[in-house]
Design a protein around this ligand. Structure first.
Ligand SMILES: NC(=O)c1ccc[n+]([C@@H]2O[C@H](COP(=O)([O-])OP(=O)(O)OC[C@H]3O[C@@H](n4cnc5c(N)ncnc54)[C@H](OP(=O)(O)O)[C@@H]3O)[C@@H](O)[C@H]2O)c1
Length: 308
């Protein structure tokens, strides 16, 4: 079979012949890959820079995807750290980390949406006790995960959603997705009275946003849950100590490890149904897997999805 094979952390994968996959125990299954997304997680795992990756080479990237099993059923599968990911014509999945999808779904849409969609879905459902009527600020609302966070927060009953980012023009599209207001980082204090921050940015922009938000709160003793989900602007953030003393700020993270794989998998069917029903807007571009070397570092506003 053919697969994308990465041999070092600083070079894109090459499309080449690869040994056929083999299942090793009763939980494993060899499947045909239909579509697999190129997420930040996928790149970081492939390059060995993600905390959940052993970083061994050579490896076939691909952290998740839509596959067809031997019985002809479509499944969405999330792979554990492995040297044989989903950027291949066939791969091995653990059936316990997969869900059966209804017939007639669009594999490209599902493959594009599940990773960025899970980011806020899991945070709101499994990491905090989010309640209808709460107010949410999304930091990094123009990206795939941020756009979905706006929609998912509204779907879960948020009374108000602020969509924040660095590009005022790109932010405008968040209004079509249900955001009540868009804000650049300079205007962030307008979201002072939110209950939850879904932060995909971290780094200096998140740290710089904290004091303007906290000091402008009508009631500083009202709880504010700041959920650290992504770190696109920096792995570390210089948080001012006063932010933790002068307000009831709680910073917590949501991702692989802070929520069990079992709890994550349990949320997959409902998210897949929301994507399939068209309730969640998805921006995806299908790219033949044979073009992986060129597309690996291409900038695209849509999520790249490889189709073997
Ligand atoms: N923990 C989880 O469960 C989970 C799941 C999925 C994703 N994530 C993480 O969430 C983050 C976003 O993922 P994504 O799929 O939405 O990525 P994406 O589609 O590439 O979007 C990136 C977003 O970050 C913004 N951004 C980039 N650099 C920035 C900077 N220096 N300052 C401020 N904003 C910046 C972009 O704004 P512009 O539009 O202005 O460029 C855009 O809104 C990544 O770190 C990813 O690894 C975490």
């Amino acid at each position: 079979m053919y697969a994308a094979v990465i041999t070092s952390s600083d070079a894109p994968p090459a499309y080449c012949a690869h040994p056929a996959p083999v299942a090793h125990d009763e939980n494993e299954m060899v499947v045909e890959v239909l579509a697999a997304g190129l997420h930040h997680l996928t790149r970081a795992k492939a390059q060995g820079t993600h905390y959940s990756s052993a970083g061994e080479f050579p490896r076939v990237p691909g952290a998740d995807g839509v596959v067809r099993d031997a019985a002809g059923r479509l499944r969405y599968a999330v792979l554990d750290d492995t040297n044989l990911g989903t950027f291949a014509e066939r791969t091995v999945i653990d059936v316990r980390r997969s869900v059966v999808l209804p017939d007639g779904i669009d594999p490209v849409r599902i493959a594009a949406a599940m990773n960025p969609g899970m980011a806020s879905w899991i945070a709101l459902r499994r990491r905090i006790s989010f309640r209808e009527g709460q107010r949410v600020l999304v930091l990094g609302a123009t990206g795939s995960a941020g756009r979905m966070a706006v929609q998912i927060a509204k779907r879960f009953g948020a009374a108000q959603v602020f969509a924040a980012g660095r590009d005022a023009t790109r932010l405008k599209t968040a209004l079509d997705l249900g955001a009540d207001r868009t804000l650049t980082f300079d205007e962030i204090s307008a979201a002072a009275d939110v209950d939850v921050v879904l932060d995909f940015v971290w780094g200096a922009p998140a740290a710089d946003a904290m004091l303007p938000i906290l000091t402008a709160r009508a009631d500083r003793s009202a709880p504010l849950e700041w959920v650290q989900i992504g770190s696109i602007a920096g792995a570390t953030a210089p948080i001012p100590s006063v932010a933790l003393r002068a307000s009831r700020l709680q910073i917590l993270g949501s991702g692989i490890g802070s929520v069990s794989a079992r709890d994550m998998i349990a949320e997959l069917p409902e998210l897949a149904a929301a994507v399939t029903d068209g309730d969640i807007d998805v921006q995806a571009r299908a790219v033949p897997l044979s073009r992986v070397a060129e597309a690996w570092n291409e900038k695209a506003s849509e999520r790249t999805v490889f189709v073997p």
